[in-house]
Ligand binder design. Structure first.
Ligand code: SF4
Ligand code: SF4
Length: 181
């Protein structure tokens, strides 16, 4: 039912790139309120995430550089038997934000097979990925489109969102026309 083949998702994301960018612009100005879009995305995210087993995927851990906050460093360093400074030097690179780093190697050095060896103490950004539960999807959708080619959850949520927005708009148009008759 869902597309979970990573190679196919990458290809489809490329084929649908223009359509997906157009849809992103469309939802910024359509008749559906941003809060309604957020509610739909959250519902779809919960539904799709319940059907996809991240332990069989781990593509984000392989392809993306995870963000690590200052709050994450101490517990990860302790688990690695390092001081925070040693941990930072060995595994992290700086970003423009003083308290935000990126894991500097891809795949992530903490990935063992398809599992995170620090799963229970993983960085907050890993716990929250792919961030679809966060508010203001319409203004943050660039991030979803960035993650879409590598994440089956984002890819399938976006596909369902396109369908549901179209259906909802059609229903509202029909209801408006009936009111005018
Ligand atoms: S820390 Fe764990 S969850 Fe985060 S990218 Fe690395 S392997 Fe994946
Ligand atoms: S969050 Fe997405 S890319 Fe990461 S493991 Fe789950 S399905 Fe795969």
């Amino acid at each position: 039912m869902f597309e979970t083949n990573l190679e196919r998702i990458r290809e489809l994301a490329e084929q649908k790139q223009d359509q997906n960018f157009e849809f992103r612009e469309h939802i910024k100005n359509c008749s559906i309120e941003p809060e309604e879009i957020d509610a739909i995305v959250r519902r779809l995210d919960a539904y799709v995430a319940s059907k996809i087993d991240c332990r069989q995927c781990a593509n984000c851990c392989r392809k993306l550089a995870a963000a690590v906050g200052r709050n994450d460093i101490e517990r990860l360093a302790r688990a690695e038997g390092l001081t925070p400074e040693q941990f930072e030097r060995r595994y992290l690179e700086e970003t423009d934000e003083p308290d935000r780093f990126l894991i500097k190697r891809k795949p992530c050095p903490f990935l063992e097979g398809k599992l995170c060896r620090h799963y229970h103490i993983r960085p907050e950004s890993c716990e929250e990925f792919p961030f679809l539960h966060r508010p203001d999807f319409t203004t943050r959708s660039a991030m979803a489109l960035w993650n879409l080619p590598c994440c089956p959850i984002v890819y399938n949520v976006y596909e369902l969102l396109k369908q549901q927005v179209e259906e909802l708009e059609m229903l509202r148009r029909d209801a408006k026309e009936e009111d005018l008759e």
